[in-house]
Design a protein around this ligand. Structure first.
Ligand SMILES: *Cc1c(COP(=O)(O)O)cnc(C)c1O
Length: 219
Protein backbone atom coordinates (compact mmCIF):
# COMPACT_ATOMS: atom_id res chain seq x y z
CA UNK A 1 0.00 0.00 0.00
CA UNK A 2 1.05 3.59 -0.58
CA UNK A 3 1.84 6.09 2.17
CA UNK A 4 -1.37 7.91 1.28
CA UNK A 5 -3.45 4.75 1.60
CA UNK A 6 -1.78 3.80 4.88
CA UNK A 7 -2.56 7.20 6.35
CA UNK A 8 -6.17 7.04 5.22
CA UNK A 9 -6.55 3.60 6.74
CA UNK A 10 -5.09 4.66 10.10
CA UNK A 11 -7.11 7.88 10.25
CA UNK A 12 -10.32 5.97 9.59
CA UNK A 13 -9.49 3.65 12.49
CA UNK A 14 -8.79 6.22 15.20
CA UNK A 15 -11.16 8.65 16.94
CA UNK A 16 -11.22 12.30 15.92
CA UNK A 17 -9.69 13.48 19.22
CA UNK A 18 -6.54 11.37 18.79
CA UNK A 19 -3.60 13.24 17.23
CA UNK A 20 -1.56 11.23 14.75
CA UNK A 21 2.18 11.93 14.74
CA UNK A 22 3.73 10.47 11.59
CA UNK A 23 7.15 9.18 12.65
CA UNK A 24 9.41 9.91 9.69
CA UNK A 25 12.84 9.10 11.19
CA UNK A 26 15.29 7.67 8.61
CA UNK A 27 12.75 8.35 5.83
CA UNK A 28 13.55 10.66 2.88
CA UNK A 29 11.84 13.98 2.16
CA UNK A 30 9.98 12.43 -0.78
CA UNK A 31 8.14 10.11 1.63
CA UNK A 32 7.34 12.99 3.97
CA UNK A 33 6.00 15.05 1.07
CA UNK A 34 3.75 12.18 0.04
CA UNK A 35 2.26 12.16 3.53
CA UNK A 36 2.10 15.98 3.47
CA UNK A 37 0.15 15.91 0.22
CA UNK A 38 -2.28 13.54 1.89
CA UNK A 39 -2.91 16.20 4.54
CA UNK A 40 -0.50 15.10 7.28
CA UNK A 41 1.14 18.06 9.05
CA UNK A 42 2.64 16.58 12.23
CA UNK A 43 5.87 14.61 11.93
CA UNK A 44 8.06 13.03 14.58
CA UNK A 45 11.83 12.57 14.53
CA UNK A 46 14.21 11.11 17.09
CA UNK A 47 17.50 12.73 16.01
CA UNK A 48 17.94 16.50 16.29
CA UNK A 49 20.30 16.87 13.32
CA UNK A 50 18.01 14.92 11.00
CA UNK A 51 14.99 16.92 12.13
CA UNK A 52 16.82 20.23 11.54
CA UNK A 53 17.78 19.19 8.01
CA UNK A 54 14.21 18.22 7.21
CA UNK A 55 12.80 21.39 8.77
CA UNK A 56 15.16 23.49 6.61
CA UNK A 57 14.04 21.95 3.33
CA UNK A 58 10.39 21.00 3.83
CA UNK A 59 7.24 23.20 3.97
CA UNK A 60 7.18 25.52 6.96
CA UNK A 61 3.65 24.64 8.08
CA UNK A 62 4.88 21.23 9.24
CA UNK A 63 4.85 20.77 13.02
CA UNK A 64 7.97 18.93 14.15
CA UNK A 65 7.87 16.76 17.25
CA UNK A 66 11.07 15.54 18.90
CA UNK A 67 10.19 12.05 20.14
CA UNK A 68 13.64 10.65 20.90
CA UNK A 69 15.97 10.75 23.85
CA UNK A 70 17.32 14.30 23.96
CA UNK A 71 20.74 15.48 25.06
CA UNK A 72 20.92 18.92 26.62
CA UNK A 73 23.62 20.16 24.26
CA UNK A 74 21.34 19.52 21.24
CA UNK A 75 18.37 21.58 22.39
CA UNK A 76 19.76 24.81 20.96
CA UNK A 77 19.64 23.52 17.38
CA UNK A 78 15.87 23.06 17.32
CA UNK A 79 14.65 25.59 19.89
CA UNK A 80 13.56 28.01 17.18
CA UNK A 81 11.03 25.68 15.56
CA UNK A 82 10.26 22.45 17.48
CA UNK A 83 6.57 22.30 18.32
CA UNK A 84 6.50 19.52 20.95
CA UNK A 85 9.25 17.70 22.84
CA UNK A 86 8.01 14.28 23.99
CA UNK A 87 11.02 12.92 25.86
CA UNK A 88 11.70 15.24 28.79
CA UNK A 89 13.14 13.04 31.51
CA UNK A 90 14.88 15.45 33.88
CA UNK A 91 14.56 18.90 35.41
CA UNK A 92 18.00 19.81 34.05
CA UNK A 93 16.84 19.09 30.50
CA UNK A 94 13.71 21.16 31.06
CA UNK A 95 15.84 24.04 32.39
CA UNK A 96 17.95 23.92 29.23
CA UNK A 97 14.85 23.91 27.00
CA UNK A 98 13.57 26.93 28.95
CA UNK A 99 16.89 28.75 28.51
CA UNK A 100 16.94 28.16 24.75
CA UNK A 101 13.25 29.06 24.40
CA UNK A 102 13.94 32.42 26.05
CA UNK A 103 16.56 33.18 23.38
CA UNK A 104 13.89 32.76 20.72
CA UNK A 105 11.18 34.47 22.71
CA UNK A 106 9.05 31.31 22.57
CA UNK A 107 7.20 29.00 24.90
CA UNK A 108 8.03 25.38 24.07
CA UNK A 109 5.49 22.65 24.79
CA UNK A 110 6.90 19.54 26.48
CA UNK A 111 5.82 16.11 27.70
CA UNK A 112 7.43 14.32 30.60
CA UNK A 113 8.52 10.85 29.55
CA UNK A 114 7.48 8.18 32.05
CA UNK A 115 9.27 4.86 32.28
CA UNK A 116 6.54 2.20 32.10
CA UNK A 117 8.31 -0.66 30.30
CA UNK A 118 10.00 -3.60 31.89
CA UNK A 119 13.12 -3.01 29.81
CA UNK A 120 15.80 -0.79 31.31
CA UNK A 121 16.72 0.40 27.85
CA UNK A 122 13.82 2.80 27.70
CA UNK A 123 14.24 6.23 29.24
CA UNK A 124 11.93 8.12 31.51
CA UNK A 125 10.92 9.17 34.99
CA UNK A 126 9.07 7.05 37.51
CA UNK A 127 6.09 8.17 39.59
CA UNK A 128 8.28 9.25 42.50
CA UNK A 129 10.62 11.33 40.36
CA UNK A 130 7.78 13.13 38.64
CA UNK A 131 6.23 13.94 42.01
CA UNK A 132 9.55 15.32 43.21
CA UNK A 133 9.81 17.59 40.21
CA UNK A 134 6.26 18.91 40.52
CA UNK A 135 6.57 19.37 44.29
CA UNK A 136 9.89 21.21 44.02
CA UNK A 137 8.32 24.46 42.87
CA UNK A 138 10.89 24.62 40.06
CA UNK A 139 8.35 24.27 37.25
CA UNK A 140 6.74 27.61 38.01
CA UNK A 141 10.07 29.36 37.49
CA UNK A 142 10.39 28.02 33.96
CA UNK A 143 8.14 30.44 32.15
CA UNK A 144 9.22 29.51 28.63
CA UNK A 145 8.27 25.85 28.80
CA UNK A 146 4.79 24.43 29.20
CA UNK A 147 4.20 20.90 30.43
CA UNK A 148 1.22 19.73 28.38
CA UNK A 149 1.20 16.02 29.16
CA UNK A 150 3.00 12.70 29.43
CA UNK A 151 4.61 10.24 27.04
CA UNK A 152 5.52 6.59 27.48
CA UNK A 153 6.63 3.51 25.58
CA UNK A 154 5.43 0.02 26.43
CA UNK A 155 7.65 -3.04 26.45
CA UNK A 156 8.31 -4.47 22.99
CA UNK A 157 6.43 -7.75 23.38
CA UNK A 158 3.56 -9.77 21.94
CA UNK A 159 2.14 -10.12 25.44
CA UNK A 160 -0.95 -7.90 25.13
CA UNK A 161 -1.88 -8.07 28.79
CA UNK A 162 1.53 -6.78 29.79
CA UNK A 163 1.33 -3.91 27.32
CA UNK A 164 -2.19 -3.10 28.56
CA UNK A 165 -0.98 -3.06 32.15
CA UNK A 166 1.82 -0.64 31.27
CA UNK A 167 -0.58 1.69 29.46
CA UNK A 168 -2.99 1.54 32.41
CA UNK A 169 -0.13 2.45 34.68
CA UNK A 170 0.76 5.48 32.55
CA UNK A 171 -2.87 6.59 32.43
CA UNK A 172 -3.06 6.33 36.23
CA UNK A 173 0.06 8.46 36.63
CA UNK A 174 -1.47 10.95 34.18
CA UNK A 175 -4.72 11.15 36.16
CA UNK A 176 -2.79 11.58 39.35
CA UNK A 177 -0.60 14.33 37.99
CA UNK A 178 -3.63 16.21 36.71
CA UNK A 179 -4.41 17.09 40.33
CA UNK A 180 -1.20 19.09 40.65
CA UNK A 181 -0.84 20.11 36.99
CA UNK A 182 -4.41 20.72 35.74
CA UNK A 183 -3.05 22.05 32.42
CA UNK A 184 -1.93 18.64 31.17
CA UNK A 185 -4.12 17.24 28.41
CA UNK A 186 -1.90 15.12 26.14
CA UNK A 187 -1.18 11.46 26.73
CA UNK A 188 1.31 10.33 24.06
CA UNK A 189 1.24 6.55 23.96
CA UNK A 190 0.95 3.96 21.21
CA UNK A 191 3.07 3.08 18.16
CA UNK A 192 2.45 0.97 15.04
CA UNK A 193 2.14 -2.26 16.98
CA UNK A 194 0.04 -1.10 19.89
CA UNK A 195 -1.83 2.11 19.11
CA UNK A 196 -5.30 0.51 19.10
CA UNK A 197 -4.73 -0.80 22.59
CA UNK A 198 -3.20 2.52 23.68
CA UNK A 199 -6.29 4.43 22.54
CA UNK A 200 -8.54 2.04 24.46
CA UNK A 201 -6.43 2.81 27.53
CA UNK A 202 -6.74 6.57 27.15
CA UNK A 203 -4.12 7.75 24.66
CA UNK A 204 -4.77 11.09 22.97
CA UNK A 205 -1.67 11.10 20.74
CA UNK A 206 -0.13 8.19 18.84
CA UNK A 207 3.31 8.03 17.25
CA UNK A 208 3.17 5.84 14.16
CA UNK A 209 6.11 5.17 11.83
CA UNK A 210 6.34 1.82 10.08
CA UNK A 211 2.58 1.40 9.55
CA UNK A 212 2.69 4.59 7.47
CA UNK A 213 6.11 4.57 5.82
CA UNK A 214 7.02 0.87 5.88
CA UNK A 215 9.83 -0.72 7.83
CA UNK A 216 13.06 1.18 8.47
CA UNK A 217 16.54 0.29 7.32
CA UNK A 218 19.30 1.19 9.74
CA UNK A 219 22.79 1.27 8.30
C1 LIG B 1 10.38 5.02 16.19
C2 LIG B 1 9.46 5.48 17.25
C3 LIG B 1 8.07 5.36 17.10
C4 LIG B 1 7.40 4.73 15.89
O1 LIG B 1 7.61 3.35 15.85
P1 LIG B 1 6.80 2.40 14.82
O2 LIG B 1 6.82 1.09 15.48
O3 LIG B 1 7.56 2.44 13.55
O4 LIG B 1 5.43 2.97 14.67
C5 LIG B 1 7.27 5.84 18.12
N1 LIG B 1 7.78 6.41 19.23
C6 LIG B 1 9.11 6.54 19.40
C7 LIG B 1 9.62 7.19 20.64
C8 LIG B 1 9.99 6.08 18.42
O5 LIG B 1 11.32 6.21 18.61
Amino acid sequence: MSIKANLKEIRSNIPEYVTLVAVSKTKPNTDILEAYDAGQRIFGENKVQEMVQKWETLPKDIEWHMIGHLQRNKVKYMANFVSLIHGVDSLRLLQEINKQAIKHNRVIDCLFQIHIAEEDTKFGLDQKEIEEITASGQLKKLENVRIVGLMGMATFTDNQSQVRKEFENLKAIFNNLKNTLPSISILSMGMSGDYQLAIKEGSTMIRVGSSIFGSRNYH
